[in-house]
Design a protein around this ligand. Structure first.
Ligand SMILES: [Zn+2]
Length: 195
């Protein structure tokens, strides 16, 4: 990460997007609101910010510090995912068309599928293997925070399943392993608004 903020594919910086979000997306910026890269970034920052505020508020009562630190790590991971990363090929019926999806977009998909599970927050993910080569075996490493009281093996299994399903549905990656490490616990708070 460079000192003056990371830059999206379209040229906007994460800091610009973050400031725009903080201003309540007002005044309306048509350049941001019509750009897919910017909208992705807005969405990711908005979701991560909301989750971390809820979690820190829920934890403030009696949990020790690690969760807050953990969430700073999550914000950094979300920002890192907004960098494009490697290009992952997708097949297209017309051989003249070359399509790819970015590694960052796949990591955002992993995060969204895990975060949709009640009691679970994704920390960061790593996609291991030669993603640029079709059919190469790919492993995914994920860290997560799980609410107190949830069964850790159940939660980890749910994450593994949700992420495997999402990757099978939306990518052509040959995923051979999804490993989930629970590295933090948090106080439960009301069920997520998954709308
Ligand atoms: Zn943009």
């Amino acid at each position: 990460m460079d000192a003056d903020g990371m830059t999206l594919e379209c040229g906007k910086t994460i800091d610009e997007i973050s400031d725009y979000l903080d201003s309540g997306r007002s005044p309306y910026d048509p350049e941001i609101e019509t750009c897919p890269d910017c909208l992705n970034a807005l969405d990711a920052l908005e979701r991560a910010g909301r989750l971390s505020r809820e979690l820190i508020a829920a934890d403030a009562a009696e949990m020790p510090e690690p969760s807050e630190n953990w969430f700073h790590g999550v914000m950094n991971a979300v920002r890192a995912e907004l960098r494009a990363g490697r290009s992952i090929p997708l097949s297209h019926p017309d051989p003249r068309v070359s399509m790819t999806v970015t590694e960052g977009a796949v990591q955002a998909l992993i995060r969204a599928s895990g975060d949709a599970i009640d009691g679970v927050f994704i920390g960061h993910s790593r996609i291991i293997g030669d993603v640029e080569v079709p059919d190469a075996p790919i492993a995914v490493d994920i860290t997560a925070s799980v609410a107190w009281g949830e069964s850790l093996p159940t939660a980890a299994g749910a994450v593994r399943r949700a992420v495997s399903d999402a990757l099978a549905h939306h990518t052509e990656l040959n995923v051979t392993a999804v490993d989930v490490t629970v590295e933090d616990l948090h106080r439960p708070f009301p069920p997520k608004d998954t709308a």
